[in-house]
Design a protein around this ligand. Structure first.
Ligand code: AMP
Ligand code: GLY
Length: 440
Protein backbone atom coordinates (compact mmCIF):
# COMPACT_ATOMS: atom_id res chain seq x y z
CA UNK A 1 0.00 0.00 0.00
CA UNK A 2 1.00 3.61 -0.49
CA UNK A 3 0.44 5.32 2.86
CA UNK A 4 0.91 8.88 4.10
CA UNK A 5 1.34 9.44 7.84
CA UNK A 6 0.60 13.02 8.93
CA UNK A 7 2.68 14.41 11.81
CA UNK A 8 6.24 14.59 13.02
CA UNK A 9 6.46 13.34 16.60
CA UNK A 10 7.15 10.13 18.48
CA UNK A 11 3.61 8.90 17.88
CA UNK A 12 3.96 9.30 14.13
CA UNK A 13 7.40 7.67 14.17
CA UNK A 14 5.85 4.71 15.98
CA UNK A 15 2.96 4.53 13.49
CA UNK A 16 5.32 4.63 10.49
CA UNK A 17 7.71 2.16 12.14
CA UNK A 18 4.87 -0.25 12.90
CA UNK A 19 3.60 -0.03 9.32
CA UNK A 20 7.14 -0.84 8.17
CA UNK A 21 7.03 -4.05 10.27
CA UNK A 22 4.14 -5.47 8.21
CA UNK A 23 5.00 -8.49 6.12
CA UNK A 24 3.59 -6.74 3.07
CA UNK A 25 5.98 -3.97 2.09
CA UNK A 26 4.43 -0.51 1.89
CA UNK A 27 5.48 2.70 0.26
CA UNK A 28 5.53 5.03 3.27
CA UNK A 29 5.50 8.83 3.33
CA UNK A 30 5.41 11.14 6.32
CA UNK A 31 4.59 14.86 6.53
CA UNK A 32 6.71 16.37 7.91
CA UNK A 33 8.39 13.52 9.87
CA UNK A 34 11.65 14.05 11.78
CA UNK A 35 15.25 12.82 11.81
CA UNK A 36 14.17 9.42 13.15
CA UNK A 37 11.40 8.69 10.68
CA UNK A 38 13.87 8.86 7.76
CA UNK A 39 14.77 5.21 8.28
CA UNK A 40 11.19 4.03 7.64
CA UNK A 41 9.44 6.66 5.49
CA UNK A 42 10.09 9.37 2.92
CA UNK A 43 9.74 12.80 4.54
CA UNK A 44 7.61 15.40 2.77
CA UNK A 45 8.27 19.08 3.49
CA UNK A 46 4.63 19.73 4.41
CA UNK A 47 3.49 20.82 7.86
CA UNK A 48 0.92 18.60 9.60
CA UNK A 49 -1.63 21.45 9.67
CA UNK A 50 -1.14 22.59 6.08
CA UNK A 51 -4.35 21.02 4.81
CA UNK A 52 -4.28 22.50 1.28
CA UNK A 53 -0.74 21.18 0.72
CA UNK A 54 -1.58 17.75 2.15
CA UNK A 55 -4.65 17.51 -0.07
CA UNK A 56 -2.66 18.63 -3.11
CA UNK A 57 -0.06 15.93 -2.46
CA UNK A 58 -2.80 13.33 -2.01
CA UNK A 59 -4.53 14.38 -5.22
CA UNK A 60 -1.27 14.07 -7.19
CA UNK A 61 -0.05 10.86 -5.54
CA UNK A 62 -3.28 8.91 -4.81
CA UNK A 63 -2.25 7.16 -1.58
CA UNK A 64 -4.30 4.10 -0.56
CA UNK A 65 -4.56 5.52 2.95
CA UNK A 66 -3.74 8.63 4.98
CA UNK A 67 -3.17 8.14 8.72
CA UNK A 68 -3.61 11.29 10.81
CA UNK A 69 -1.38 11.60 13.88
CA UNK A 70 -2.22 14.82 15.75
CA UNK A 71 -5.63 16.30 16.57
CA UNK A 72 -5.16 19.80 15.13
CA UNK A 73 -5.44 18.86 11.42
CA UNK A 74 -8.47 16.66 12.20
CA UNK A 75 -10.23 19.47 14.04
CA UNK A 76 -9.43 21.69 11.03
CA UNK A 77 -11.05 19.23 8.61
CA UNK A 78 -8.20 17.18 7.14
CA UNK A 79 -10.34 14.04 6.94
CA UNK A 80 -13.28 15.90 5.37
CA UNK A 81 -11.01 17.37 2.70
CA UNK A 82 -9.39 14.03 1.83
CA UNK A 83 -12.69 12.14 1.81
CA UNK A 84 -14.09 14.72 -0.60
CA UNK A 85 -11.45 13.64 -3.14
CA UNK A 86 -11.99 9.96 -2.42
CA UNK A 87 -8.90 9.23 -0.29
CA UNK A 88 -9.47 6.90 2.69
CA UNK A 89 -8.40 8.48 5.99
CA UNK A 90 -7.71 6.94 9.37
CA UNK A 91 -8.92 9.78 11.61
CA UNK A 92 -12.36 11.32 12.15
CA UNK A 93 -14.06 14.13 10.26
CA UNK A 94 -14.04 17.55 11.95
CA UNK A 95 -17.50 17.04 13.44
CA UNK A 96 -16.18 13.89 15.18
CA UNK A 97 -12.85 15.43 16.22
CA UNK A 98 -14.87 17.96 18.23
CA UNK A 99 -15.01 15.27 20.90
CA UNK A 100 -11.44 16.40 21.64
CA UNK A 101 -11.70 19.96 20.33
CA UNK A 102 -14.56 20.95 22.63
CA UNK A 103 -14.85 19.63 26.16
CA UNK A 104 -18.44 20.88 26.32
CA UNK A 105 -19.33 18.85 23.23
CA UNK A 106 -17.65 15.78 24.77
CA UNK A 107 -19.77 16.21 27.90
CA UNK A 108 -22.94 16.57 25.81
CA UNK A 109 -22.18 13.35 23.98
CA UNK A 110 -21.44 11.52 27.22
CA UNK A 111 -24.63 12.74 28.82
CA UNK A 112 -26.72 11.75 25.82
CA UNK A 113 -25.01 8.36 25.65
CA UNK A 114 -25.26 7.68 29.40
CA UNK A 115 -21.50 7.38 29.78
CA UNK A 116 -20.07 7.79 33.30
CA UNK A 117 -18.08 11.01 33.79
CA UNK A 118 -17.54 13.72 36.41
CA UNK A 119 -20.25 16.29 37.12
CA UNK A 120 -19.53 19.47 35.20
CA UNK A 121 -20.98 22.74 33.93
CA UNK A 122 -19.79 25.31 31.40
CA UNK A 123 -19.55 29.10 31.77
CA UNK A 124 -18.62 32.14 29.73
CA UNK A 125 -19.13 34.58 32.60
CA UNK A 126 -16.48 34.68 35.34
CA UNK A 127 -18.82 35.81 38.13
CA UNK A 128 -21.31 33.02 37.37
CA UNK A 129 -18.50 30.47 37.18
CA UNK A 130 -17.12 31.56 40.56
CA UNK A 131 -20.57 31.44 42.13
CA UNK A 132 -20.95 27.86 40.90
CA UNK A 133 -17.73 26.74 42.63
CA UNK A 134 -19.63 26.23 45.89
CA UNK A 135 -21.42 23.27 44.32
CA UNK A 136 -18.10 21.47 43.97
CA UNK A 137 -15.73 20.26 46.67
CA UNK A 138 -11.96 20.68 46.62
CA UNK A 139 -9.89 20.00 44.68
CA UNK A 140 -11.92 21.17 41.71
CA UNK A 141 -10.95 21.07 38.04
CA UNK A 142 -11.12 24.12 35.75
CA UNK A 143 -10.78 23.44 32.01
CA UNK A 144 -10.64 25.59 28.90
CA UNK A 145 -13.29 24.31 26.46
CA UNK A 146 -11.05 24.22 23.39
CA UNK A 147 -7.61 22.91 22.41
CA UNK A 148 -4.92 24.52 24.59
CA UNK A 149 -1.90 22.29 23.85
CA UNK A 150 -2.50 20.25 27.00
CA UNK A 151 -2.19 23.33 29.22
CA UNK A 152 -5.85 24.22 29.57
CA UNK A 153 -6.55 22.10 32.66
CA UNK A 154 -6.04 23.36 36.21
CA UNK A 155 -6.56 21.10 39.20
CA UNK A 156 -7.23 23.73 41.88
CA UNK A 157 -6.55 22.75 45.48
CA UNK A 158 -8.07 25.93 46.92
CA UNK A 159 -10.98 28.23 46.13
CA UNK A 160 -8.49 31.04 45.46
CA UNK A 161 -6.65 28.92 42.88
CA UNK A 162 -9.94 27.95 41.21
CA UNK A 163 -11.02 31.62 41.00
CA UNK A 164 -7.62 32.62 39.64
CA UNK A 165 -7.87 29.93 36.93
CA UNK A 166 -11.33 31.17 35.96
CA UNK A 167 -10.08 34.77 35.74
CA UNK A 168 -7.06 33.67 33.78
CA UNK A 169 -9.22 32.01 31.12
CA UNK A 170 -12.37 34.16 31.04
CA UNK A 171 -11.05 37.61 31.96
CA UNK A 172 -7.37 37.66 30.94
CA UNK A 173 -8.09 35.48 27.88
CA UNK A 174 -5.00 33.31 28.44
CA UNK A 175 -6.04 30.69 25.84
CA UNK A 176 -7.84 33.06 23.51
CA UNK A 177 -10.92 31.56 21.87
CA UNK A 178 -10.10 28.10 23.29
CA UNK A 179 -10.65 29.50 26.78
CA UNK A 180 -13.62 31.74 26.06
CA UNK A 181 -15.74 29.07 27.68
CA UNK A 182 -14.67 27.15 30.79
CA UNK A 183 -15.77 23.91 32.29
CA UNK A 184 -15.88 23.42 36.04
CA UNK A 185 -15.58 19.73 36.76
CA UNK A 186 -15.75 17.52 39.81
CA UNK A 187 -12.34 16.11 40.78
CA UNK A 188 -12.22 12.37 40.18
CA UNK A 189 -10.12 10.22 42.48
CA UNK A 190 -8.33 7.11 41.35
CA UNK A 191 -5.80 5.90 38.83
CA UNK A 192 -5.78 7.00 35.20
CA UNK A 193 -5.45 4.76 32.18
CA UNK A 194 -5.64 5.25 28.43
CA UNK A 195 -7.80 3.15 26.16
CA UNK A 196 -7.30 3.46 22.42
CA UNK A 197 -10.39 2.20 20.62
CA UNK A 198 -10.06 1.72 16.90
CA UNK A 199 -13.38 2.24 15.16
CA UNK A 200 -14.99 2.44 11.73
CA UNK A 201 -18.04 4.25 13.10
CA UNK A 202 -19.99 0.98 13.59
CA UNK A 203 -17.69 -1.44 15.35
CA UNK A 204 -14.69 -1.00 17.60
CA UNK A 205 -11.60 -2.94 18.54
CA UNK A 206 -9.87 -1.91 21.77
CA UNK A 207 -6.09 -1.86 21.60
CA UNK A 208 -4.17 -3.02 24.68
CA UNK A 209 -4.48 -0.76 27.73
CA UNK A 210 -1.75 1.67 28.73
CA UNK A 211 -0.93 4.29 31.31
CA UNK A 212 0.64 7.70 30.75
CA UNK A 213 2.73 9.78 33.22
CA UNK A 214 1.53 13.37 32.87
CA UNK A 215 3.68 15.15 35.44
CA UNK A 216 7.19 16.27 34.58
CA UNK A 217 9.08 14.77 37.52
CA UNK A 218 9.47 11.57 39.52
CA UNK A 219 6.75 10.77 42.01
CA UNK A 220 4.19 12.55 39.80
CA UNK A 221 5.52 15.94 40.87
CA UNK A 222 5.87 19.12 38.83
CA UNK A 223 3.80 20.60 36.01
CA UNK A 224 1.54 18.67 33.62
CA UNK A 225 3.21 17.73 30.34
CA UNK A 226 2.13 16.01 27.15
CA UNK A 227 3.26 12.78 28.84
CA UNK A 228 6.67 11.68 30.17
CA UNK A 229 6.34 7.93 29.72
CA UNK A 230 3.91 5.08 29.27
CA UNK A 231 3.61 1.36 29.60
CA UNK A 232 1.33 -1.37 28.36
CA UNK A 233 -0.59 -3.28 29.57
CA UNK A 234 -1.84 -1.22 32.53
CA UNK A 235 -2.67 -3.62 35.38
CA UNK A 236 -5.32 -1.19 36.65
CA UNK A 237 -7.42 -2.42 33.71
CA UNK A 238 -8.07 -5.77 35.32
CA UNK A 239 -10.00 -8.78 34.08
CA UNK A 240 -13.28 -7.95 32.45
CA UNK A 241 -12.82 -4.17 32.56
CA UNK A 242 -11.73 -3.83 28.96
CA UNK A 243 -14.91 -5.52 27.74
CA UNK A 244 -17.02 -3.35 30.05
CA UNK A 245 -15.28 -0.20 28.87
CA UNK A 246 -16.15 -1.17 25.33
CA UNK A 247 -19.77 -1.94 26.17
CA UNK A 248 -20.48 1.00 28.51
CA UNK A 249 -18.24 3.76 27.19
CA UNK A 250 -16.84 3.26 23.69
CA UNK A 251 -19.84 1.79 21.86
CA UNK A 252 -22.45 4.18 23.35
CA UNK A 253 -20.30 7.15 22.25
CA UNK A 254 -19.83 5.79 18.73
CA UNK A 255 -23.58 5.13 18.46
CA UNK A 256 -24.46 8.59 19.79
CA UNK A 257 -22.14 10.20 17.23
CA UNK A 258 -23.71 8.05 14.51
CA UNK A 259 -27.18 9.12 15.67
CA UNK A 260 -26.04 12.72 15.10
CA UNK A 261 -24.91 11.86 11.59
CA UNK A 262 -21.19 11.53 12.40
CA UNK A 263 -19.50 8.37 11.20
CA UNK A 264 -16.43 8.39 13.43
CA UNK A 265 -13.47 6.56 11.91
CA UNK A 266 -10.06 6.32 13.51
CA UNK A 267 -9.04 6.23 17.15
CA UNK A 268 -11.38 7.18 19.94
CA UNK A 269 -8.98 7.66 22.85
CA UNK A 270 -10.66 7.43 26.23
CA UNK A 271 -8.73 8.85 29.17
CA UNK A 272 -10.31 7.07 32.12
CA UNK A 273 -10.18 7.36 35.90
CA UNK A 274 -10.46 3.99 37.58
CA UNK A 275 -11.38 3.96 41.24
CA UNK A 276 -10.84 0.56 42.76
CA UNK A 277 -10.88 1.55 46.41
CA UNK A 278 -14.23 3.29 46.32
CA UNK A 279 -16.45 1.01 44.33
CA UNK A 280 -19.91 2.23 43.50
CA UNK A 281 -22.41 -0.62 43.56
CA UNK A 282 -25.00 1.34 41.61
CA UNK A 283 -22.52 2.60 39.04
CA UNK A 284 -22.74 1.37 35.47
CA UNK A 285 -19.45 -0.49 35.77
CA UNK A 286 -20.19 -2.01 39.15
CA UNK A 287 -19.83 -5.52 37.76
CA UNK A 288 -16.06 -5.14 37.72
CA UNK A 289 -16.11 -4.02 41.34
CA UNK A 290 -15.00 -0.49 40.63
CA UNK A 291 -16.02 2.78 39.05
CA UNK A 292 -14.63 3.97 35.77
CA UNK A 293 -15.22 7.58 34.71
CA UNK A 294 -14.23 9.33 31.53
CA UNK A 295 -11.79 12.21 32.10
CA UNK A 296 -11.44 13.11 28.45
CA UNK A 297 -11.73 11.88 24.90
CA UNK A 298 -9.12 12.44 22.22
CA UNK A 299 -9.66 11.99 18.50
CA UNK A 300 -6.30 10.32 17.83
CA UNK A 301 -3.63 7.97 19.10
CA UNK A 302 -2.08 9.05 22.44
CA UNK A 303 1.49 10.22 22.69
CA UNK A 304 3.49 8.56 24.29
CA UNK A 305 0.97 5.71 24.71
CA UNK A 306 1.27 4.78 21.03
CA UNK A 307 5.01 4.19 21.39
CA UNK A 308 4.24 1.56 24.08
CA UNK A 309 1.12 0.04 22.48
CA UNK A 310 2.04 -0.40 18.80
CA UNK A 311 5.16 -2.53 19.36
CA UNK A 312 2.82 -5.05 21.05
CA UNK A 313 0.59 -5.46 18.01
CA UNK A 314 1.14 -8.36 15.62
CA UNK A 315 -0.42 -8.97 12.22
CA UNK A 316 -0.88 -6.64 9.30
CA UNK A 317 -1.31 -3.14 10.77
CA UNK A 318 -1.98 -1.34 7.49
CA UNK A 319 -4.92 -3.60 6.67
CA UNK A 320 -6.53 -2.97 10.07
CA UNK A 321 -6.15 0.80 9.64
CA UNK A 322 -7.58 0.62 6.12
CA UNK A 323 -10.50 -1.50 7.32
CA UNK A 324 -11.31 1.08 10.00
CA UNK A 325 -11.00 3.91 7.46
CA UNK A 326 -13.34 2.21 5.00
CA UNK A 327 -16.00 0.80 7.31
CA UNK A 328 -14.88 -2.86 7.27
CA UNK A 329 -13.42 -3.18 10.76
CA UNK A 330 -15.57 -6.20 11.54
CA UNK A 331 -13.33 -8.15 9.16
CA UNK A 332 -10.27 -7.31 11.26
CA UNK A 333 -8.73 -8.97 14.23
CA UNK A 334 -6.03 -7.38 16.33
CA UNK A 335 -3.24 -9.68 17.39
CA UNK A 336 -1.71 -8.65 20.72
CA UNK A 337 1.69 -10.07 21.60
CA UNK A 338 2.16 -11.28 25.19
CA UNK A 339 5.22 -9.06 25.69
CA UNK A 340 5.04 -5.92 27.82
CA UNK A 341 6.32 -2.55 26.64
CA UNK A 342 7.48 0.58 28.45
CA UNK A 343 8.35 3.99 27.02
CA UNK A 344 10.53 6.64 28.64
CA UNK A 345 10.42 10.18 27.26
CA UNK A 346 13.74 11.99 27.07
CA UNK A 347 13.01 15.73 27.23
CA UNK A 348 14.83 19.03 26.82
CA UNK A 349 15.80 20.80 30.06
CA UNK A 350 13.05 23.28 30.99
CA UNK A 351 10.20 21.39 29.30
CA UNK A 352 7.19 21.89 29.58
CA UNK A 353 8.29 25.51 30.09
CA UNK A 354 10.94 27.27 28.03
CA UNK A 355 13.71 25.07 26.57
CA UNK A 356 16.52 25.42 24.05
CA UNK A 357 16.41 23.81 20.60
CA UNK A 358 19.25 22.84 18.29
CA UNK A 359 21.30 20.83 20.81
CA UNK A 360 23.38 18.16 19.01
CA UNK A 361 22.55 14.59 20.03
CA UNK A 362 25.02 11.75 20.27
CA UNK A 363 24.15 8.07 20.29
CA UNK A 364 26.23 5.36 21.92
CA UNK A 365 25.04 2.73 19.43
CA UNK A 366 25.57 2.94 15.70
CA UNK A 367 21.98 3.58 14.64
CA UNK A 368 19.93 6.64 15.54
CA UNK A 369 17.03 4.50 16.63
CA UNK A 370 19.21 1.88 18.36
CA UNK A 371 16.68 -0.74 17.26
CA UNK A 372 17.16 -4.21 18.72
CA UNK A 373 14.72 -7.01 19.51
CA UNK A 374 14.41 -5.50 22.99
CA UNK A 375 14.18 -1.78 22.35
CA UNK A 376 13.76 1.04 19.90
CA UNK A 377 14.20 4.78 20.23
CA UNK A 378 11.42 6.72 18.51
CA UNK A 379 12.21 10.36 17.70
CA UNK A 380 9.74 13.01 18.92
CA UNK A 381 11.50 16.34 18.49
CA UNK A 382 14.59 15.96 16.33
CA UNK A 383 15.79 17.44 13.08
CA UNK A 384 18.72 16.72 10.79
CA UNK A 385 21.01 19.72 10.41
CA UNK A 386 22.57 20.57 7.04
CA UNK A 387 25.86 19.00 8.15
CA UNK A 388 24.01 15.73 8.83
CA UNK A 389 24.03 16.00 12.63
CA UNK A 390 20.86 15.22 14.53
CA UNK A 391 19.79 18.09 16.79
CA UNK A 392 16.92 18.61 19.22
CA UNK A 393 13.87 20.50 17.95
CA UNK A 394 11.23 20.04 20.61
CA UNK A 395 10.43 19.68 24.30
CA UNK A 396 9.96 15.94 24.10
CA UNK A 397 12.92 14.69 22.09
CA UNK A 398 12.89 10.87 22.21
CA UNK A 399 10.57 8.04 23.23
CA UNK A 400 12.71 5.07 24.22
CA UNK A 401 10.59 1.92 24.22
CA UNK A 402 11.71 -1.31 25.86
CA UNK A 403 10.06 -4.66 25.27
CA UNK A 404 10.21 -7.72 27.51
CA UNK A 405 8.31 -10.73 28.81
CA UNK A 406 7.64 -8.87 32.07
CA UNK A 407 6.97 -5.20 32.73
CA UNK A 408 10.17 -5.05 34.82
CA UNK A 409 12.26 -6.28 31.88
CA UNK A 410 10.49 -3.91 29.49
CA UNK A 411 11.25 -0.96 31.79
CA UNK A 412 14.90 -2.07 32.21
CA UNK A 413 15.27 -2.34 28.43
CA UNK A 414 13.79 1.14 27.95
CA UNK A 415 16.28 2.65 30.42
CA UNK A 416 19.16 0.79 28.72
CA UNK A 417 18.12 2.48 25.48
CA UNK A 418 17.93 5.87 27.22
CA UNK A 419 21.50 5.35 28.48
CA UNK A 420 22.69 5.41 24.86
CA UNK A 421 21.35 8.94 24.23
CA UNK A 422 23.04 12.14 25.24
CA UNK A 423 22.51 15.84 24.66
CA UNK A 424 23.00 18.96 26.75
CA UNK A 425 20.30 19.49 29.36
CA UNK A 426 18.40 16.24 28.74
CA UNK A 427 16.18 14.87 31.50
CA UNK A 428 13.78 11.97 31.94
CA UNK A 429 11.70 10.38 34.66
CA UNK A 430 13.33 7.45 36.42
CA UNK A 431 10.12 5.94 37.82
CA UNK A 432 8.13 4.93 34.73
CA UNK A 433 5.53 2.26 35.62
CA UNK A 434 5.82 2.99 39.35
CA UNK A 435 2.07 2.57 39.83
CA UNK A 436 2.14 -0.89 38.31
CA UNK A 437 5.07 -1.89 40.52
CA UNK A 438 3.36 -0.39 43.57
CA UNK A 439 0.20 -2.49 43.16
CA UNK A 440 -0.32 -5.50 45.38
P1 AMP B 1 -7.31 16.55 30.16
O1 AMP B 1 -6.64 17.54 29.27
O2 AMP B 1 -8.79 16.69 30.28
O3 AMP B 1 -6.83 15.17 29.91
O4 AMP B 1 -6.70 16.82 31.60
C1 AMP B 1 -5.32 16.69 31.86
C2 AMP B 1 -5.10 15.95 33.14
O5 AMP B 1 -5.70 16.63 34.23
C3 AMP B 1 -5.74 14.57 33.17
O6 AMP B 1 -4.97 13.61 32.53
C4 AMP B 1 -5.86 14.33 34.64
O7 AMP B 1 -4.61 13.92 35.19
C5 AMP B 1 -6.21 15.68 35.18
N1 AMP B 1 -7.67 15.81 35.25
C6 AMP B 1 -8.49 16.30 34.31
N2 AMP B 1 -9.78 16.23 34.70
C7 AMP B 1 -9.76 15.69 35.93
C8 AMP B 1 -10.77 15.36 36.88
N3 AMP B 1 -12.06 15.61 36.67
N4 AMP B 1 -10.39 14.78 38.03
C9 AMP B 1 -9.09 14.54 38.29
N5 AMP B 1 -8.08 14.83 37.45
C10 AMP B 1 -8.42 15.40 36.28
N1 GLY C 1 -0.56 11.28 26.40
C1 GLY C 1 -1.76 12.00 26.44
C2 GLY C 1 -2.32 12.34 25.14
O1 GLY C 1 -1.89 11.85 24.12
O2 GLY C 1 -3.26 13.11 25.11
Amino acid sequence: MKILVVGGGGREHAIAWRLAQDEAKHELFIAPGNAGTESVATSLPIGSEDIPALVKWARENSPDLVVAGPEAPLVKGLADALLSIGIPVFGPVAAGARIEGSKRFAKEIMEAAGVPTGKAATFTDAAKAKAALKEYGLPVVIKADGLAAGKGVVVAESLADAEAAIDDMLVAGRFGAAGAEVLIEEFLHGEECSILAMTDGENAVLLPSSQDHKRAFDGDKGPNTGGMGAYSPAPVVTGDKLALIKEKIVMPVIRELKRRGITYRGILYAGLMVNDANSNPSGPLAKSGSTVNVVEFNARFGDPETEAVLPRLGGDFATVLLHAATGCLKDSDIIVKPDCAATVIVASGGYPGHYEKGRPVSFAGSADTGETAKSIVFHCGTRRREDGAIVTSGGRVFSATGIGPTLREAVDNAYKAVAGISFDGMFFRKDIAHRAFGRK
